[in-house]
Write a protein that binds this ligand. Structure first.
Ligand code: HPA
Ligand code: ZN
Length: 338
């Protein structure tokens, strides 16, 4: 077996975590059509092929427009359960042992779907994956940054009866023009509730947005963070604070954050000593789940065995899983590589 093939096989086999995943972004076109039919909702696209042909994006907003349309067929608790379970089954088959997933409640509340319906479907699927396979999970409620801080506060109020099911708070959607500082007060309220904090920053937005995520929002980690590489002081700060970057290679390619996978900065991130992890973001839209992301990096950037090990190790040690679980998975990983 040549080295590339051997590394791809190793990447498939190794225990993995997923730390940056929007559950609504796992909505495969065939499942979307099936649920649309079940709920008697009309989709703008008439066939799976027609819908998939629209997955051509030149920037984040192109994708978001489709993403919000897609999620509009989710109405009942069973829809959220089925969506989440389909994702969990898929990644279980790829040796993912722990997931930390986002959901976007405002994208459903605005359509009249109660918070309880959304979270119950998602949470029950996560629980069932734990019972069936021992898969562990964390749930992250994400605020839509194109909406107001007041709307985020209202969402937080709706979440309060379910707060024991929520481990962290995120910030996603259209980045440009919606800097983290717009949400200063609501994230302060979330920190007061002892919730973990993460925010998308530096995907399309400038290094200044990453600074704000760190200094104002006081994130525990950074989602994407690619553009942090433009600012040496920022790189030093991320290292000093030991923050994790949840990097999403196929997403970066599909949304033109990088022009070519060969130019993906993952190796530079590792060389700089940043805690980079590999994740799939919105796999149904971006052309691949965890193993596809690793395969693309191995084939196009030439990451070697040590780098592959480091990425998988970061995924475990930088996750929010408990210390004992981390030790078990790290040992398994070490045995596989050495
Ligand atoms: O990649 C993303 N970026 C910002 N918001 C999002 N919401 C879903 N996916 C994304
Ligand atoms: Zn994302």
């Amino acid at each position: 077996m040549n080295t590339t093939k051997a590394l791809v096989a190793l990447a498939q086999k190794m225990p993995k975590t997923e730390l940056h995943l929007h559950i609504e972004g796992t909505f495969e076109a065939d499942q979307m059509f099936a649920i649309a039919q079940r709920n008697k909702v009309d989709l703008k696209y008439k066939t799976v092929e027609e819908l998939k042909a629209a997955y051509q994006f030149t920037q984040l907003q192109d994708f978001l427009d489709l993403y919000y349309q897609g999620m509009s067929v989710l109405l009942h608790e069973v829809d959220f359960y089925d969506l989440t379970m389909a994702y969990l089954e898929k990644v279980h088959s790829e040796n993912v042992v722990h997931v930390e997933i986002f959901f976007d409640p405002q994208g459903h509340l605005s359509r009249g779907v109660p918070f309880e319906i959304q979270i119950s479907g998602i949470y029950n699927a996560l629980q069932d994956a734990g019972k069936k396979w021992g898969m562990t999970s964390k749930l992250i409620m994400s605020f839509l940054r194109h909406l107001s801080e007041e709307s985020a506060f209202e969402t937080l109020e709706q979440a309060k009866p379910f707060i024991k099911w929520i481990d962290g708070i995120g910030l996603d959607s259209s980045e440009l023009g919606h800097p983290p500082k717009k949400f200063t007060n609501v994230f302060k309220a979330c920190r007061d509730l002892r919730l973990k904090i993460t925010a998308h920053a530096g995907e399309e937005g400038p290094p200044e947005y990453v600074w704000q995520a760190i200094d104002i929002i006081k994130v525990d980690r950074i989602d994407h963070g690619n553009r942090a590489l433009e600012d040496e002081l920022l790189i030093a700060e991320i290292k000093k604070r030991d923050l994790t970057l949840t990097v999403c290679p196929l997403s970066n390619l599909k949304l033109c954050v990088v022009t070519d996978m060969k130019q993906h900065p993952i190796r530079s991130m590792l060389e700089l000593g940043l805690n980079a992890t590999i994740n799939s973001d919105d796999p149904a839209y971006f052309g691949g789940y965890m193993n596809d992301n690793y395969t693309a990096l191995i084939e196009k950037t030439g990451i070697n065995k040590e780098e592959l090990f480091q990425l998988a190790k970061n995924g475990i040690s930088c996750s929010w899983m408990d210390k004992t679980a981390k030790e078990i998975h790290l040992k398994q990983l070490d045995n596989l590589f050495h």
